[in-house]
Design a protein around this ligand. Structure first.
Ligand SMILES: Nc1ncnc2c1ncn2[C@@H]1O[C@H](COP(=O)(O)OP(=O)(O)OP(=O)(O)O)[C@@H](O)[C@H]1O
Length: 278
């Protein structure tokens, strides 16, 4: 069973080409359906959060947009065109994995790959390259470790470099998979503000996968909430309610509001992680 808020296809019914469009999208693994009948337009400049418990399909949703995971049925386009892998239109902050200690890259080289990594052969590193890398390192507060080998940096320091790298091309669509994991509160705020600035100043559409909406609650325009093969799309005020989440989880869930934060009480444990036995 799936459900959406009325009129969810586009946030304000505005015209123009959506940054991302899904029509009749469905994805299953074995007899487990992650979602079906998903119709969605994400507009340029929109901050779109994807929420849901472990295993509900958040990363799989990003993989579809990255061209790494075909849909079972339906279509997906980016800027009106079919999705291709490795597009310069896409920036991607992957779910965190540490670089091995011996990785032969300095922090500034990693960010630099976002600037010119698409070019083969001899790289002409000019002033534009140097200035862009410097600006990106500064934006994520990484100047002090710019020359350190990436494999020796902490998880949070590495994550800030990934954010800088993903922003290097001013992508039309910025896909973020739990980008705030292992960041302290200051850097959570710095990185989420940076992502917000990207969509405001450059009109990038942001798709932001997260377990926790509160760090970005002030930025989020709409939410896709996935749970147990069901979904809801709408503004945080429409989706983050006791009624909607209880229906999605098929179990009583209470949503409390406190000082602008959302507290969800009574989430069932691992509701969606019933792997089919092989
Ligand atoms: N290629 C695949 N083949 C089979 N099953 C898969 C594949 N990719 C994902 N799955 C399954 O689909 C479900 C959704 O996985 P996904 O990684 O999208 O969840 P998620 O919501 O991102 O979870 P988490 O919050 O734990 O990161 C999981 O049960 C996973 O095991």
């Amino acid at each position: 069973m799936t459900s959406t808020m009325p009129g969810q296809a586009s946030p304000d019914g505005a015209g123009g080409t959506p940054a991302i469009r899904l029509r009749g999208a469905a994805l299953s693994f074995g007899d487990r359906t992650l979602w079906e009948g998903l119709d969605l337009d994400i507009m340029p400049g929109e901050f779109f959060a994807v929420l849901g418990p472990n295993g509900s399909g958040k990363t799989s949703f990003l993989k579809v947009l990255l061209g790494l995971q075909p849909l079972d049925t339906g279509t997906a386009t980016i800027a009106g065109r079919p999705i291709t892998r490795g597009s310069r239109n896409l920036g991607y902050i992957p779910q965190q994995k540490s670089f091995p200690p011996e990785t032969p890259l300095r922090a500034r080289d990693l960010v630099g790959l976002g600037v010119d990594g698409h070019r083969w052969g001899l790289r002409m590193r000019n002033r534009h390259y140097d200035e862009t890398v410097h600006r990106l390192l500064r934006d994520v507060g990484a100047e002090s470790y710019a020359d350190a080998p990436v494999g020796l940096l902490s998880g949070g320091e590495q994550q800030r470099l990934r954010a800088a790298q993903a922003l290097a091309t001013d992508p039309a669509v910025l896909l973020c998979d739990e980008p705030l994991l292992s960041l302290d509160l200051n850097h959570q705020q710095a990185v989420s503000a940076l992502i917000d600035r990207q969509r405001r100043e450059k009109n990038s559409a942001v798709v932001f996968v997260t377990h926790e909406i509160n760090p970005v609650i002030d930025y989020v325009d709409r939410v896709l909430y996935l749970a147990d093969g069901r979904f809801r799309v709408g503004s945080p005020a429409e989706v983050m309610t006791s009624e909607v989440l209880s229906e999605l989880y098929d179990s009583p869930v209470e949503v409390l509001h406190s000082n602008g934060r959302i507290v969800v009480v009574g989430l069932p444990d691992a509701t969606t992680h019933h792997h089919e036995s092989a």
